[in-house]
Write a protein that binds this ligand. Sequence first.
Ligand code: HEM
Length: 141
Amino acid sequence: MVPLLTPCLSRGATHEGGHIIPASTRVLVNAWAICRDLTSWEAPAEFKPERFLGSGVDVKGHDFELLPSGSGRWMCPDLLLRLRMVQVILVNVLHRFAWRHPDEVASEELSMEKFGLTMPRMVPLEAVAEPLLRDHLYSGP
Ligand code: HEM
């Protein structure tokens, strides 16, 4: 995740969410804080992908409560490719391997993030992959 979107400069005076933004103001949108806002999300810090089932909220920049790739003219041009790649990679690794963590680890420890330009994990994720298919299906062409 990228916590702060690309800095913008207001061309004219405007107001947003009760705040006055004078002309020529440098504005940083805090996407991290937006997607943890309790007025939009229930238990935002919990990993609950099912919250999106039937919600109509997506990541393509139309829903301002969730902006992992920004929005509008300056949003990330890689978004659509990335959405496809995530599906292809995830389906492949889940189909071919059973995954588990090597040790007993509390789930809170697993989800901790480190702040920066991007937000890497606090503790690197270790995972053990056990093949689910027959051996010859893992060899190259
Ligand atoms: C997980 C991977 C990625 C994430 C989370 C991500 C996220 C973002 C975000 C949040 C922005 C700022 C959008 C805004 O300010 O409204 C951005 C901009 C941008 N991203 Fe990505 N990005 C990713 C991967 C990539 C890749 C692989 C490329 C290139 C191949 C790329 C190219 C760009 C470019 C060129 C911009 C600037 C767009 C502009 O200002 O016109 N991104 N990205």
